[in-house]
Design a protein around this ligand. Structure first.
Ligand code: GLN
Length: 179
């Protein structure tokens, strides 16, 4: 299985090692041609306004928008998958509040609960939150009452950074959907 990691900004190498540890081949995606032959794409965090600009300048915005490619988006990547006040890919039926927890200094770690009650250590960096989940999407992760992860078909949006921990739960959950 070939997984593309959008390599314009953010924790590219960390996502790369997560997927390598799960036994996939990994390709860094910087231009539309790099999308050929991949089975899924990871959009790392960073800053969604900058990421949008970089995606547009590289021609990847249009290519990704038009393709039906499974995507896992973390943090800024999750923002671009859902809907917010700014332009996004709108590939998932979720609404996102971009800077819900405040500024960079308000970044933190917190326990996340999964549906099966397992607990995951969540790293939140100037994180967004999912404020509403439409009919097509399903919440899969919570920090208290707040929804921090959703899945919709082969797309997954996480408001935190699973690539910054050694726990592969979410990467594996997404990969298992691509079969
Ligand atoms: N809140 C940031 C944004 O608006 C995302 C932060 C992150 O990806 N770590 O893009």
């Amino acid at each position: 299985m070939n997984i593309g990691i959008l390599a314009l900004q953010g924790a590219v190498s960390e996502h790369k090692s997560c997927m390598c540890n799960l036994g996939t081949d990994v390709i860094e995606v910087r231009k539309p041609n790099d999308l050929n032959g991949i089975h899924g794409l990871i959009m790392p965090g960073g800053e969604s306004t900058t990421l949008r600009k970089l995606l547009k300048n590289s021609g990847l915005w249009v290519a990704i928008k038009e393709m039906d490619l499974p995507i896992m988006g973390t943090c800024a990547g999750a923002i671009l998958l859902g809907k917010c006040d700014d332009e996004t890919f709108t590939k998932m039926d979720i609404e996102i509040n971009r800077n819900y927890y405040g500024r960079q200094k308000d970044s933190f770690e917190a326990s996340i609960t999964l549906e099966n009650k397992n607990v995951f250590n969540g790293v939140f960096i100037r994180a967004p939150v999912i404020t509403s989940v439409g009919e097509k999407a399903t919440a899969i992760a919570w920090k208290g009452e707040e929804i921090v992860g959703c899945i919709e078909g082969k797309n997954m949006a996480l408001t935190f950074h699973p690539e910054l921990t050694s726990d592969l739960t979410f990467h594996k959950m997404w990969k298992d959907r691509l079969k």
